[in-house]
Design a protein around this ligand. Structure first.
Ligand code: T3D
Length: 253
């Protein structure tokens, strides 16, 4: 199976599983990944996702042994995965266990919180084969690291170390290799016990902020906060604060 799904209490781990090809993507893998994300969303007990790769790489991007020159259909499939990751009503943690190249790098960047092993690297490999950063790369890169670094990353296709990626704000943290999975699980558990609906609304607001004016964003925050405040987790959060105890969020409406 090219995509593995493990169910844990409150969350699912999804693993890209073609380790002999550094988890290079195929159209079939994209479709199975999309389905796995949809199933996680439909599972009322799943409140977070951990995405990682099997073996020594995270994902080497498109499997270059399986491409022609008509890339539109293929990209439509991968783009559906990116849209799904951004619209999932739960946090998605990505544990980048090794090299993340091309579409593999941008798949990681579409997740909410990205941890990477210190030995991992991010490569916008596209320029090496005459393509442009896709799967959201031209959108994520300038927003995360600024125009100057985005352009150099896109045009030079040089590997960016996990530590530099963290220093530049491309990802959340670089973590010692042997601690990556433990830390990623701990973070996912923490998020899975969080106020799921509030976190989903925060995701929505942050994405909308990319194109909204301040005025539009203030209005959106007011509306989404109204939704969050009608959620039982808000009442529980306030009650727990006043009672000086940790909150027990249910993530339910
Ligand atoms: O169709 C479309 O819409 C196009 C979409 C494009 C989106 C993209 O993702 S374009 C970018 C595609 N990816 C790349 O260009 C990266 C290609 N890979 C590499 O540059 C290197 O493999 C890495 C820098 C990622 C890692 O290097 P290294 O030295 O650690 O490993 P390696 O020896 O190159 O790779 C290990 C094996 O995986 C090797 O196979 P072998 O020799 O052991 O039989 C290698 O051929 C295979 N592999 C790595 N990447 C890919 C791949 N096989 C197919 N496709 C790959 N992308």
């Amino acid at each position: 199976m090219t995509i593995l799904v493990e169910k844990h209490a409150g969350y699912r781990q999804i693993t890209l599983n073609r380790p002999d090809r550094l988890n290079a993507l195929t159209a079939e893998m994209g479709a199975v990944l999309l389905a796995a994300l949809g199933e996680a969303q439909a599972d009322g007990d799943c409140r977070a996702i951990l995405l990682t790769g099997a073996g020594r790489g995270f994902c080497a991007g498109q499997d270059l042994s399986q491409v022609g020159s008509d890339l539109g259909g293929l990209l439509d499939g991968y783009n559906a995965v990116i849209r799904k990751l951004r619209s999932l009503e739960m946090p998605v943690v990505c544990a980048v266990n090794g090299v993340a190249a091309g579409a593999g790098a941008n798949l990681a960047l579409a997740c909410d919180i990205v941890l990477a092993a210190t030995s991992a690297s991010f490569i916008q490999a596209f320029a090496k084969i005459g393509l442009i950063p896709d799967v959201g790369g031209t959108w994520f890169l300038p927003r995360l690291v600024g125009a100057a670094r985005a352009r150099a990353l896109a045009m030079l296709a040089e590997p960016l170390s996990a530590e530099r990626a963290a220093a530049w704000g491309l990802i959340w943290q670089a973590v010692d290799d042997d601690k990556l999975l433990d830390e990623a699980h701990a973070l996912t558990v923490l998020l899975a016990q969080g106020p799921t609906i509030g976190l989903a609304l925060a995701k929505r607001a942050l994405d909308a902020a990319e194109t909204n004016t301040l005025d539009e964003q203030l209005n959106l925050e007011r509306d989404l906060q109204g939704e969050a405040a009608h959620n039982p987790d808000y009442a529980e959060g306030v009650r727990a604060f006043l009672e000086k105890r940790p909150p027990v969020f249910t993530g339910k409406r």
